[in-house]
Design a protein around this ligand. Structure first.
Ligand code: IMP
Ligand code: MG
Length: 178
């Protein structure tokens, strides 16, 4: 385990099972649809790669990147799109792939953004969710795990751009950020 980690919250093996179960549901639900997975950079990268490998249906993929103003452990309501998708999305069944939902600000913005683009449908798939921290209520269609209000790192998730490469999800030691 990394020295800045308090403890492992979700192990590599648990993540694998979790992602497979989500992919199975998505494969079933999106049969015959025009699935476009849209990952949010950079946190979703590891989850997205594992999720798409487990899908048994055809899909396209793309990425968007947003910036949000706020401290490094909390986002604000102000979200800016800094990289858009690079293909037409009209008529597509867009599934937003996110690492974690905290306040809900980021995804509330992204949902509205895609709804205005004439997609056939837009849904949300997140590896993790912290329901106790929600400020904006948004519909979340696929959730890997609901977790307590702790700052987590690994499996794509960062603190100050570090720890994304850890193969598990761990709780960051408070001494690292306070
Ligand atoms: P929201 O807009 O408040 O829902 O924040 C979502 C974004 O905040 C995620 O995409 C993450 O980048 C970041 N975030 C929220 N909680 C954590 C955490 O515990 N660890 C790492 N990043 C987090
Ligand atoms: Mg982040």
């Amino acid at each position: 385990m990394h020295k800045d980690c308090e403890r492992v919250l979700i192990s590599e093996a648990e993540l694998k099972n979790m992602v497979k179960a989500m992919a199975d549901r998505i494969s079933e639900d999106y049969k015959g649809k025009k699935l476009l997975l849209v990952g949010l950079l950079k946190g979703s990268v590891m989850f997205m790669a594992d999720l798409m490998k487990e899908l048994s249906i055809d899909c396209k993929i793309d990425f968007i990147c947003v910036s949000s103003y706020g401290s490094s452990t909390e986002t604000s309501g102000r979200v800016n799109l800094i990289k858009d998708v690079s293909q037409p999305v009209e008529g597509m069944d867009v599934l937003i792939v996110e690492d974690i939902i905290d306040s809900g600000n980021t995804l509330a913005f992204i949902l509205k953004y895609f709804q205005a683009k004439g997609v056939n449908s837009v849904k949300i798939c997140t590896l993790l969710s912290k329901p106790d921290r929600r400020v904006v209520q948004i519909p979340v269609d696929y959730v890997g795990a609901e977790i307590p209000d702790e700052f987590v790192i690994g499996y794509g998730l960062d603190y100050a751009e570090n720890y994304r490469n850890l193969p598990y999800v761990g709780i960051l030691k408070r001494s690292v950020y306070s």
